[in-house]
Design a protein around this ligand. Structure first.
Ligand SMILES: [Zn+2]
Length: 516
């Protein structure tokens, strides 16, 4: 069967969308999961864009073994040099270099003539090939480019050594018929197109990212780019889990395979949602919480008689487990450790001990520990940043009554090492806590977004808080999970502030490392 490569850009195109900021530990966690998911290529970031991106790409390239790791670069030597520094430790160093080819981008953004654009693209690919065995070249805004010009420039970059050619619909403007036709046209008119991988990259502005990607596959694309849960710039990218499942369920029609480990879909989706703070809409195809829920009586009746009456995808296919959890208050450390391993976590002894202590505490307060609870507990441990100087909440106390002024007292270990206590008032409990924390962090903080959700069901469910805030002019999203939503809110607030501290510390570390 024809094989379609999966190019995942959750950590690059996905991460650059509004309100998402992942630190290196979180990116590593997602990259490891993408490797299990079966991504052929993982785009880990844009190394020249920031020291944080550089460090994350480098660590991912040095760690991931079963997927090819790539990084983005503009068509300029300095970007390519920086990307090489970040990627050279990888199994098969791969570079993704791009340049816009549409009339509007060439004229207004690049302010270059088409001839100049061809020269710059060729130079960049030739230069990249001095270091990288694999070089993907993207024609940014390809769909709105002149097809004849695309043929001309692609002929040249293939001659210059490009190994993959990507034809993105950068602004999400294409229809399936037109986008498919463009692939067919390039297949028929570009010399040597069969020697390179042809790639599709779609955005979802008109809700057609997935269907456009599939149209490209039907017309000769060898690789499909997208993100988990479809996150990304504006309306997002093509959702890879939807493409993988559609091609699997309808392989009778499409006749292709992706090599994706479908059993890892649920977990990959959950992890990306948890770490980015981007909620999955309940009715989203494949991974939405209602994707397998049958509500109406007629449907339920049909399902009881024969599941296939209304079910074309089984929850088991994507790794959604319904098995009851055997862990509880009386579970021992050994069973706990086994569970961590079966769930795919690699925790060291200290992390395991800490996680076990938290589990015991939770089991005392919560009747039933679900798989979801364990998932957030293990993930939290795995991404903990133990070597950074940060704020750590030690106590939060709120006095609230409908006829009183809410007052909050917070205590936290601050980066200098002391424990500081601050108290103040607010219009509500959460505002009082946030006001106290603003005094604690001694900066100017604007809350842009704040959300509390429950993990799983039941009145004793864990609460997750997500706080998106602006701290001294920069925007960060923090999250935390706790049994109490006020505690989760305070911790999420400090988690956002800590991201600023970790980012600054990374900047210093990377500058020292590259000797600037
Ligand atoms: Zn994109």
């Amino acid at each position: 069967m024809r094989k379609i490569d999966i190019f995942d850009t959750t950590l690059r195109d996905g991460e650059q969308s509004a309100g998402i900021n992942l630190n290196t530990a979180e990116k590593m966690e997602i990259a490891r999961q993408l490797e299990r998911f079966g991504a052929t290529v993982i785009e880990a970031g844009f190394p020249a864009s920031s020291p944080g991106d550089f460090e994350a790409v480098q660590r991912i390239a040095n760690t991931v073994k079963n997927s090819t790791v790539t990084g983005l670069a503009r068509a300029m030597k300095s970007d390519i040099d920086t990307a090489w520094e970040a990627l050279k430790g990888g199994q098969q160093p791969h570079l993704h270099v791009f340049l816009a080819t549409s009339p509007i981008h060439m004229e207004y953004k690049l302010q270059k003539t088409p001839d100049q654009v061809v020269d710059i693209a060729v130079e960049a690919v030739k230069y990249a090939r001095k270091f990288f065995p694999l070089v993907q070249w993207s024609a940014e805004d390809a769909f709105r480019s002149d097809p004849e010009f695309l043929v001309r420039i692609i002929n040249q970059v293939i001659k210059a050594g490009a190994t993959t050619i990507n034809i993105p619909d950068t602004v999400g403007y294409a229809t399936p018929q037109e986008y498919g036709a463009l692939f067919k046209f390039l297949k028929e008119n570009v010399t040597g197109i069969n020697r390179v991988k042809l790639s599709t990259h779609c955005h979802n502005d008109l809700g057609m990212a997935v269907v456009n990607s599939i149209a490209a596959i039907e017309n000769g694309a060898d690789q499909v780019e997208g993100t988990i849960n479809g996150i990304g710039e504006r309306a997002g990218n093509a959702a890879l889990e939807e493409i993988a499942v559609a091609l699997h369920i309808r392989k009778d029609f499409y006749g292709v395979e992706t090599g994706v480990n479908l059993q890892e879909i649920k977990r990959t989706s959950q992890l990306v949602s948890q770490l980015t703070g981007v909620v999955i809409q309940p009715n989203k195809a494949v991974v939405g919480k209602n994707a397998f829920a049958h509500e109406s009586g007629i449907h339920q009746d049909g399902m009881l008689k024969n599941r296939e009456t209304y079910e074309i995808i089984t929850p088991e296919l994507i790794g959604e487990t319904t098995a009851p959890l055997a862990l509880g208050k009386h579970s021992g450390r050994h069973a706990f450790k086994d569970r961590a391993i079966t769930m795919g976590f690699e925790l060291n002894d200290q992390q395991l001990n800490e996680a076990f202590a938290e589990f015991k505490k939770l089991a005392d307060r919560k009747k039933e520990i679900t798989e979801d609870d364990l998932f957030v507990l293990f993930t939290g441990k795995q991404i903990e940043n133990s070597d950074a100087s940060i704020y750590e909440l030690t106590n939060v106390q709120v006095q609230y009554g409908t006829s009183n002024v809410p007052t909050a007292t917070v205590a936290a270990n601050v980066p200098s090492g002391e424990n500081v206590v601050v108290a103040t008032t607010g219009a509500g409990s959460v505002e009082a806590i946030f006001n106290a924390l603003e005094l604690l962090v001694k900066g100017h903080v604007n809350i842009l977004d704040y959300r509390v959700t429950s993990i799983g069901k039941g009145r004793d469910a864990l609460g997750e808080a997500v706080v998106n805030l602006r701290f001294n002019g920069e925007t960060f999203t923090g999250r935390d999970i706790s049994q109490d939503v006020l505690e989760a809110s305070a911790k999420a607030y400090l988690n956002a502030i800590n991201r600023k501290l970790v980012k600054d510390q990374t900047q210093v570390r990377v500058k020292e490392m590259v000797g600037q």
